[in-house]
Design a protein around this ligand. Structure first.
Ligand SMILES: Nc1ncnc2c1ncn2[C@@H]1O[C@H](COP(=O)(O)OP(=O)(O)O)[C@@H](O)[C@H]1O
Ligand SMILES: [Mg+2]
Length: 566
């Protein structure tokens, strides 16, 4: 029997439960996972507040310890002063009659015969009675709610804060919907993402494409604060992870990638340019000019033809007047009935695109196709932007590649549905600095918001990583199933991480009071109930547990726990 920490003294469904604490207050923290026992039912909840109380305000006001002998003062305090917990009830579970009794055997047999549904944790719809016993959740309770460590689909993401019990994420649920990792800079997003990606690769049910803006995930890196070496995914999953560098001859932190990505000019579409409207400071006339270009030179030819045109070249006509030279932007604009200034302005603004070394007439290989093929074959791709770290590179390349992926996956899904062809491989697209692609202005134009909203049915979901969730379009945020958030200081950011979730009031404080590093709150549809956890550490031990150093990964988790004293 687990030790009680208190008993229910009041509260309700709307205002949370009040629990009189029977152990010293310093042994309980906000966010603690507690169980309320009520006959056959267990209620699972989170401590959301601790409050000092007194049977009469006089006892609280008077400093009795200075007036009475210590034993007397302590006796008086014990009788008159107390601490209450506020507990947010989240789930309830029918555990059946007491284990080992005849009633239990009968109850269990009825379930096994299918006469009674297998009990499952369900949202709280009622409350425990007065004086119901409250205790800390045990490792078994946590496994009951968050899944057993031994189960193949479960992955340890962290440990409960007070007692260090392992808490699992259901990887299959995680990839079914888009998800997000949030937290202020330095809270551990990149580290935790490495952990999750390693788990997903090991689990081997989905392919992963990482848009690795700062070259953090593929190759080994050095931690900025500790100076320690951080293992990249390629080092551990060498044959399953394809390391791709943007641009011919690109190296990633001194390492040669498996292949390089080049983009063919014919693949660049007007939508890719429109996406860069604010980045390139494009005018409202842009769509008209682009339309005219595509009309005349086609979807595949407009970019390279426009690129070749000269600006300002003139020739002398027969009558001695200067007119735009053939092959100039102005000559084309006149012919196409487009404002010359608008066309020349656009040409000059697209100069940054025209000069990109990785956008070429004829790529050495179909590298975009190769990325897609690798993903379809169940491999994982980490695309490093290397030296091309500007927003322009990130927006252009990630959106273009994702558009191609979306087309492919939609086609595959339709063939699977109508012709019974092979089921498409589940794909997770990982986006660092997601707000750059999913902000309010951009969301309508990028493929990413479509994916976040509806690609679930086409086997593609996003894993977005961001330090400013408030800048991500609300409609995208509210679609995120699993949310893992580290400390956030900004009210707006906190609000958007919690958007669409129940119990926001209580969770808000919890997010704001997380440790500045390596602590996260698990939230959303993908987890059974919200829970703050100490993040799993990304280190040598992690890899031993995951890939096994002689033993299976599951056994070493148990060893680990034993070493911690559980
Ligand atoms: N799970 C973890 N395991 C080991 N170290 C971590 C972990 N999370 C954070 N850290 C430490 O905190 C630092 C910041 O983490 P990082 O993931 O780079 O933050 P963010 O991406 O949120 O800015 C890292 O350099 C590392 O030293
Ligand atoms: Mg980071």
């Amino acid at each position: 029997m687990h030790k009680a920490i208190g008993y229910v003294v009041g509260g309700g469904l709307k205002e949370n439960l009040r629990v009189r604490l029977s152990i010293p207050a310093n042994q309980v923290q906000e966010g603690g996972f507690v169980v309320v026992e009520s006959g056959n039912w267990l209620f699972y909840g989170l401590v959301t507040d601790l409050q000092l109380g007194a049977t009469d305000p006089r006892f609280a006001d008077e400093q009795s310890e200075t007036r009475f002998l210590p034993q007397l003062a302590s006796l008086l305090h014990g009788q008159t002063l107390y601490t209450n917990l506020e507990v947010l009830p989240a789930l309830m579970l029918d555990k059946g009659p007491e284990f080992g009794t005849q009633e239990y055997t009968q109850w269990r047999a009825e379930i096994d015969r299918g006469e009674r549904p297998e009990p499952r944790p369900m949202p709280v719809k009622t409350i425990p009675p007065h004086h119901a016993r409250v205790r800390y959740a045990s490792a078994g309770d946590i496994a009951e709610i968050f899944g057993k460590v031994e189960d193949e689909r479960n992955f340890v993401i962290g440990y409960t804060r007070e007692q260090g019990h392992p808490v699992c994420l259901d990887l299959e649920k995680l990839v079914q919907r888009s998800s997000g990792v949030f937290g202020a800079t330095g809270t551990g997003k990149s580290f935790l993402t490495r952990i999750v990606l390693a788990g997903l690769i090991q689990h081997n049910r989905s392919s992963i494409l990482v848009f690795d803006m700062h070259s953090e995930y593929g190759v080994d890196d050095t931690s900025s604060d500790t100076g320690e070496r951080v293992t990249g995914l390629k080092a551990k999953f060498s044959s399953r992870v394809r390391l791709v560098g943007l641009g011919q001859g690109a190296q990633i932190r001194g390492q040669t990638p498996d292949f390089n990505l080049e983009i063919a000019m014919k693949d660049i579409q007007p939508a890719d340019v429109e996406l860069l409207t604010s980045e390139l400071n494009l005018k409202e006339t842009t769509p008209t000019t682009l339309d005219a270009l595509v009309n005349e030179f086609g979807q595949e030819g407009w970019f390279s033809t426009f690129r070749e045109m000269k600006v300002g070249a003139v020739i002398e006509a027969d009558d001695g007047k200067k007119i735009p030279a053939p092959g100039s932007v102005a000559a084309w604009a006149n012919r196409a009935g487009i404002n010359v200034f608008a066309a020349e302005g656009l040409h000059s603004k697209l100069g940054r695109l025209f000069r990109l070394p990785y956008v070429v007439e004829k790529p050495a290989a179909d590298s975009v196709g190769e990325v897609i093929k690798a993903l379809e074959a169940g491999q994982h791709v980490v695309l490093s932007f290397g030296d091309y770290e500007s927003d322009l590179d990130y927006l252009l390349v990630s959106n273009l590649l994702t558009r191609r992926i979306r087309e492919t996956w939609e086609k595959r899904t339709n063939r699977f549905r109508t012709h019974g062809e092979k089921e498409p491989r589940q794909l997770v697209i990982v986006l660092e600095e997601a707000h750059k692609l999913l902000n309010r202005e951009m969301a309508g134009q990028t493929t990413f918001s479509t994916i976040a909203r509806e690609m679930r049915k086409y086997y593609v979901t996003l894993l977005i990583i961001d330090q400013r969730p408030s800048q991500i379009y609300d409609e995208v945020m509210s679609q995120l199933g699993t949310r893992i958030s580290g400390w956030l200081g900004d009210e707006e950011d906190i609000r958007s991480v919690l958007s669409g979730l129940a119990g926001r009031e209580a969770l808000r404080g919890m997010l704001a009071r997380l440790q500045p590093k390596e602590e996260v709150l698990l939230l959303g549809w993908g987890v059974p109930m919200p829970l703050p956890v100490r993040s799993r550490r990304y280190d040598k031990l992690f890899w031993e547990e995951l890939l096994g150093a002689g033993g299976s990964s599951k056994r070493s988790v148990e060893q680990n726990l034993k070493e911690l004293g559980f």
